[in-house]
Design a binder for this molecule. Structure first.
Ligand code: PEP
Ligand code: MG
Length: 829
């Protein structure tokens, strides 16, 4: 009863997995699930040697004949046997299967004729005879090798092997099936026990004397048109949908099917319905994408093996997790936990399909994820021209300036020679979802010649290139880009994730269009509207005129125009935001981004005024609140435009939760002065429109001094938003525009830093300042609202850090919002 155990009966006979072997246990599971399995039996580990006894082997033959409903000597529906071994767990180094047991020289040609292919089973049979001859009949391996050296044809190999066994073996190769099976069992066990196999087990940290179970399987011979074997996985890798993928082979199963002989599953004459049912059942049971080996007999499939798919395609994992959780087979938390934030990112952006033969031109910083191909253009104007004709262009520049923004927005991708992850090009590209590689080493643009040199290579305008903004790789030529969007199941998982996170997720968005995109991606509001970004591109002169006005009258005129433009912008922005929170930051315009380059001013007088404003360290100069204190009408003009816009949209029934934010503060007195401008503007608008606009006033924490004086600042601020880009720049003294290109590369090579602190929040320095500021702010103003709006707001590790500090929200560029939602959920789980 416990010696020969039919597949599916191990459990009822009181046998455990370690006795049944991994294969026997798997077959038991498949039978318990009601799935079709190949007829067969297990000889449990510990009793395996008894199969070497011809009487036991005879009983096994009888039992498999009975289980399969076939007889070995039946000429019309014949049966052969396959013997295999399995250990308690899946391991490498098991002896190979021995198939075609039961065949004799006299019957072989009839069997081949039945299959419909001459020679169909000789190759498999030769392998079996070879192993039995060496390990059970004691023919020396060297003798076998020598004799087979010049004998490629399988049919001749079998003849040679049989005569070698007769000549050199302890006995001739027998014709009786039971005797063949007994010898096969002896050969498998001897091979399993060989010094080499024992050594291999020791190297795998397995016991050298580990016992294996043996399995005798029916090998039902039939016409190749209606029989064969194959493998299948459960999901379509492109969509993640349930749809068997794989191939099958006609004829007798071999351990390594000949290459390029597989046929697609839809050629299975019996259809794929049963296969699909089996895969779905197994997915529920194994709670993962699965793969199976199967056999086809008379157009019907039966399973030979089943397991969780190793390295399943990402889309398959997402869809299986969601499907299982919907069916209740998996907890929703477990489903959410299975997909990492990095995988969310991978699903959202197009990817390059690399084949290995690509020419890598350069590696730069992975500045904005996604992949694209296009032709090189070397100026924003040219990008606009070609893109208008529908050409896909890649804007290549030494560095980008605000004037390049319109060109960047129509480009398929952006590539720059300088600039870091927090540089202007990178921030704009991420905001618009354009793939970008910045700081590509050795990139030199020669606008006069219309060429760009990258290392040794010289490219001209119009040459195709491809780039991957996630790895920073730039390739020559047009590579294939896969653009399949994320499966709808991702939205479901993210909605579940929303219910599991504490931390809010907002977007850094400057325009109504960006807000729309971000809301569709799940943003809960706007955490940072950089108002200076509303003047990038063709509206640059508006700011320039304020900065370079010849006299107060000219400045007032310029400010009036700026206010009018802002009124429109804000109305559109607030209408898009709806009843959600929105943080509008008053102007923070580093002068170098907005002044004309030397020689590009309108006239000599303007050039003189511009020259007087140019700074050696613009990022540390007349920026943020400092400019507002020098140009006292600037913030009132902006704030009036903002409040008037709020009154406009309120008239349509929409009431955004307005937050007005002051940038680059270091002194509490700066904030107090700026707050007074904003209050004055609110009064002005109330007097003019009769609407008293509800708003909160807050500040960015971007300088170490602001962090240290958070308690004092909190007396003037109802919320803080940590500007971790500038805070990182100023805490390390690392220029956010320059340092990644050389210093950080060298530091990472020397192991001084692992990641760029502009990409991953530095928990020890910058993070300590944030922690301290949060504590001091909460002491001064319990319940004060705290967020992060630097680029770190989209980085999973930094998000976990913010969650641990109990901050209220992170804010990041639109296309990172789903990543942040998942990261915040993972941090909470
Ligand atoms: C910051 O400094 O982190 C920030 C969000 O402001 P900006 O990037 O516009 O300087
Ligand atoms: Mg800043």
């Amino acid at each position: 009863g416990r010696l020969l155990v039919p597949y599916g009966q191990g459990h009822t006979r009181g046998l455990e997995a370690d006795e049944l072997g991994a294969h026997g246990a798997a077959m038991d599971r498949l039978v318990a699930l009601g799935l079709p399995v190949v007829p067969g039996l297990t000889v449990p580990a510990g009793a395996a040697a008894s199969l070497c006894d011809p009487d036991t082997a005879q009983a096994a033959v009888d039992l498999v004949e009975q289980l399969s409903g076939r007889r070995i000597d039946d000429a019309a529906r014949p049966l052969l046997l396959r013997l295999s071994a399995s250990a308690p767990t899946e391991i490498a180094g098991l002896p190979p299967d021995l198939a075609c047991l039961g065949v004799t020289p006299a019957r072989a040609d009839d069997l081949c004729a039945l299959i419909g292919r001459s020679d169909a089973l000789y190759e498999v049979w030769a392998a079996t005879v070879r192993m039995i001859a060496e390990y059970a009949l004691d023919v020396p391996g060297a003798v076998l090798d020598d004799a087979l050296l010049d004998t490629p044809a399988p049919r001749v190999r079998v003849e040679v092997l049989l005569s070698l066994a007769a000549e050199h073996g302890s006995r001739p190769f027998p014709d009786e099936p039971a005797q063949q099976l007994a010898l096969a069992a002896r050969a498998l066990l001897a091979r399993w026990d060989s010094p080499r196999a024992r050594r291999s087990r020791r190297s795998q940290r397995l016991p050298a004397d580990l016992a294996v179970a043996l399995h005798v399987q029916a090998l039902r011979i039939g016409p190749a048109d209606h029989s064969g074997y194959g493998t299948a996985t459960s999901r379509d890798p492109e969509t993640g949908r349930l749809s068997p993928r794989g191939s099958f082979f006609r004829g007798v199963r071999r351990s390594a099917p000949p290459p390029n002989t597989g046929e697609p599953l839809d050629r299975l004459a019996g259809g794929t319905a049963l296969l699909e049912h089996s895969l779905l059942t197994l997915e529920r049971h194994l709670r993962a994408p699965v793969s199976v080996d199967f056999e086809v007999r008379d157009d019907e499939i039966s399973l030979l093996a089943a397991s969780p798919q190793s390295r399943p395609p990402l889309r398959a994992s997402v869809c299986v997790a969601t499907d299982l959780a919907r069916d209740g087979a998996l907890g929703r938390e477990e489903a959410v936990r299975r997909i990492t934030p990095a995988q969310v990112q991978e699903l959202l952006h197009p990817q390059l399909r690399l084949t290995g033969g690509e020419e890598l031109l350069a590696k730069g910083l992975p500045a904005s994820p996604g992949a694209a191909t296009g032709v090189v253009v070397l100026s924003s104007e040219r990008a606009l021209e070609l893109a208008a004709d529908g050409t896909r262009v890649v804007l290549v520049a030494g560095e980008t300036t605000p004037a390049d923004v319109p060109g960047m927005l129509v480009s398929a991708a952006v590539l720059t020679g300088s600039g870091g992850i927090a540089s202007h090009a990178a921030v704009v590209a991420r905001g618009s979802g354009t793939p970008a590689v910045c700081g590509a080493e050795g990139l030199r643009v020669d606008p006069a010649a219309g060429t760009v040199r990258i290392g040794e290579r010289v490219l001209r305008e119009g040459d195709p290139i491809s780039l991957d903004g996630r790895s920073g790789a730039v390739y020559a030529g047009t590579l294939h880009v896969s653009v399949a969007g994320p499966p709808p199941e991702l939205s479901t998982l993210l909605e579940w994730a929303d219910g599991m996170r504490r931390l809010g997720v907002r977007v850094n968005a400057d325009t109504a269009a960006e807000v729309d995109t971000a809301l569709a991606l799940g943003a809960e509001g706007v955490g940072l509207c950089r108002t200076e970004h509303q003047f990038l591109g063709e509206r640059l002169p508006l700011i320039r005129r304020v900065l370079l006005a010849a006299d107060p009258a000219a400045r007032d005129e310029a400010l009036t125009e700026l206010e009018r433009a802002q009124h429109e912008d804000f109305r559109a922005l607030l209408a898009a935001v709806g009843n959600r929170p929105v943080t509008v930051r008053l102007l923070d315009a580093p002068l170098h981004e907005f002044l004309p380059a030397p020689g590009q001013a309108l006239d000599a007088a303007e050039e003189q005024r511009a020259a007087a404003l140019r700074e050696a360290n613009p990022m540390l100069g007349l920026r943020g609140v400092r400019l507002a204190l020098l140009h006292e009408r600037l913030y009132p003009a902006q704030a009036e435009a903002l409040f008037a816009a709020w009154a406009d949209v309120a008239a349509t029934g929409v009431r955004p939760e307005l937050e007005v934010m002051i940038p680059l503060v270091s002194l509490p007195e700066e904030l107090a002065a700026a707050a007074a401008y904003v209050r004055g503007a609110a009064d002005t608008v109330a007097a003019r429109t009769g609407v008293r606009v509800p708003y909160r006033l807050g500040t960015m924490i971007e300088t170490p001094r602001a962090a240290l004086l958070a308690g004092e600042l909190a007396e003037h601020a109802e919320f803080f938003s940590f500007g971790t880009n500038d805070l990182t720049q100023l805490t390390y003294g690392f220029s956010r525009d320059d340092v990644e290109r050389q210093v950080l590369v060298a530091y990472q090579e020397r192991g001084l830093l692992t990641a760029s602190p502009f990409a991953r929040l530095d928990p020890h320095g910058v993070g300590a300042l944030i922690r301290l500021a949060a504590e001091r702010a909460r002491d001064a103003r319990p319940g004060i609202k705290l967020g992060v709006c630097g680029e770190h707001g989209g980085d999973p590790e930094s998000i976990a850090f913010c969650d641990d500090l109990g901050l209220d929200y992170v804010s990041c560029s639109a296309h990172r919002v789903p990543v942040a939602r998942m990261a915040a959920a993972h941090s909470a789980l």
